[in-house]
Design a protein. Structure first.
Length: 129
């Protein structure tokens, strides 16, 4: 059963694999210069970066390296229904135990009230006779 920590470590492994696959690739100097020029201007930096890099084509080697690394990984396992049950099981047991304790207390209190009511009616009948 995958845990949240397992998902994080799996993501870390995927990111490490992508980093290793693209480590030998250098960034295009035109792209770096365009981003730095656009970020230095005063208006909306994201819009300037988009305009400045709009005419640059993606590097085919980078795209191929990322696709190779992504397709080399096995597809993630589909979570089973039991995973959610196991995660919420502890809370369900606590809630169920509290509900059972409350129902026992309610029963005892109600039983005491019923006994008192029956005793009062019997005493009334004895007094009338």
């Amino acid at each position: 059963m995958p845990d949240r920590d397992d998902e994080r470590t799996e993501l870390d492994r995927d990111l490490a694999r992508l980093a290793a696959a693209t480590a030998r690739l250098d960034a295009d100097d035109r792209f770096t210069e365009a981003v730095l020029r656009a970020a230095a201007a005063a208006d909306d930096p994201l819009a300037r970066v988009a305009r400045a890099t709009g005419d640059l084509a993606p590097d085919a080697a980078f795209t191929e390296a990322v696709l190779r690394a992504a397709t080399a990984a096995p597809p993630p396992a589909r979570p089973a229904m039991a995973d959610g049950i196991v995660r919420s099981g502890r809370a369900a047991i606590v809630v169920t135990a509290l509900a059972a304790a409350a129902s026992v207390l309610f029963f005892l209190r109600t039983q005491r009230d019923v006994d008192t009511a029956i005793l009062a009616s019997v005493e009334t009948l004895e007094a009338i006779e």
